[in-house]
Design a binder for this molecule. Structure first.
Ligand SMILES: [Fe+2]
Length: 315
């Protein structure tokens, strides 16, 4: 399959399973500095963001109806944002005509979404925003039956780009670290080549460093310098997801994480300093791997100069 069906702008959110969604929401506010935008008590989920998207993280309880029996904390799905609903529907039609299977198509009021599995079995969402002012549509406790959405049939696809453009990023005080946004997700692939082909052809990301015949690949949408990283399965990890990359406000936040993460109930895993990026790599209390980072000179040249052993921690 060589067609590119979509041109995603960027990774928009990470949806993760946590052991207790209320406790996790408090932790992500008090420690990482992300504000709850809305919650869904019927789904046992909290949606948090400082304005980068309508949610940067979804924190879904392992006892939610979305969880499988015996569900453990870890990645539920990742989501990529496309330019407009019309682009989403065009891509969907071309993909379906080429034999791509989607698990579901959903109407989230503020966004319309497609869901499918990648070759390793991870769930992937591709979506378009369909309202500009998501804050008035989504706040507080929210529960509503989702209307049916058939791409291109339920409604005339909106051609207007409604994704956030240079959104104001709120700073939530007082938190240990001031998270700005979820910037990327890194995965350790079971079938590296199949995963590379899927994320470049079916999802439509571009390899900007590394590649199909390399140790890793840094993939990017049209509005980013890295949204998704694939590592081969010789990279050590305790879950298929190697980490979620969270951009923080300043290096003072990284110092605060170094000093305070263990006291908060999290775990300090590693800290690295490079011309491209400075990183403090932590686990949240559920063991979810979070790469807190501040970019220095995040250029292709500097990224390529990162030592192969350190790459999974820095990229
Ligand atoms: Fe999602």
């Amino acid at each position: 399959m060589t067609s590119r069906f979509f041109q995603p702008r960027r990774l928009a959110h990470a949806n993760v399973f946590v052991s207790d969604y209320k406790r996790a929401s408090d932790y992500y506010r008090d420690v990482f500095g992300f504000e709850e935008v809305y919650n869904q008590p019927d789904n046992k989920a909290s949606f948090i963001s400082n304005g980068n998207t309508y949610h940067d993280f979804a924190l879904v309880d392992i006892n939610s109806r979305y969880a499988k029996p015996g569900q453990r904390p870890g990645l539920n799905h990742i989501a990529f944002e496309v330019e407009s609903e019309a682009a989403l529907v065009d891509g969907y039609r071309a993909a379906v005509a080429a034999g791509v299977v989607y698990r579901s198509t959903e109407d989230h009021d503020v966004a319309h979404s497609l869901y499918q599995k990648d070759p390793d079995g991870n769930e992937v969402e591709i979506y378009a925003d369909v309202v500009h002012d998501w804050r008035s549509a989504r706040h507080g406790s929210f529960s509503k039956k989702k209307p049916k959405w058939v791409p291109g049939e339920t409604n005339e696809p909106l051609t207007e780009p409604l994704h956030p453009v240079n959104p104001e990023i709120r700073v939530i005080e007082p938190s240990l670290v001031h998270g700005r946004r979820v910037a990327h997700v890194a995965m350790v692939a079971q079938d590296y080549e199949a995963m590379f082909d899927f994320y470049t052809n079916v999802v439509g990301l571009n390899a900007i460093v590394g590649g199909r015949d390399q140790a890793f690949a840094l993939l990017a949408g049209t509005h980013s310098m890295g949204d998704f990283v694939l590592y081969r399965n010789d990279v050590e990890t305790h879950m298929p997801m190697h980490h979620i990359g969270v951009e923080v406000g300043s290096e003072a936040d990284l110092d605060a994480a170094l000093e305070g993460i263990e006291r908060s109930g999290g775990k300090l895993i590693a800290a690295h300093d490079h011309a491209a990026r400075r990183v403090v790599f932590v686990h949240d209390p559920d063991g979810l791997p979070i790469q807190l980072f501040v970019n220095r000179e995040w250029t292709l040249e500097n990224i390529r100069s990162i030592d192969a052993k350190l790459a999974p921690y820095l990229i």
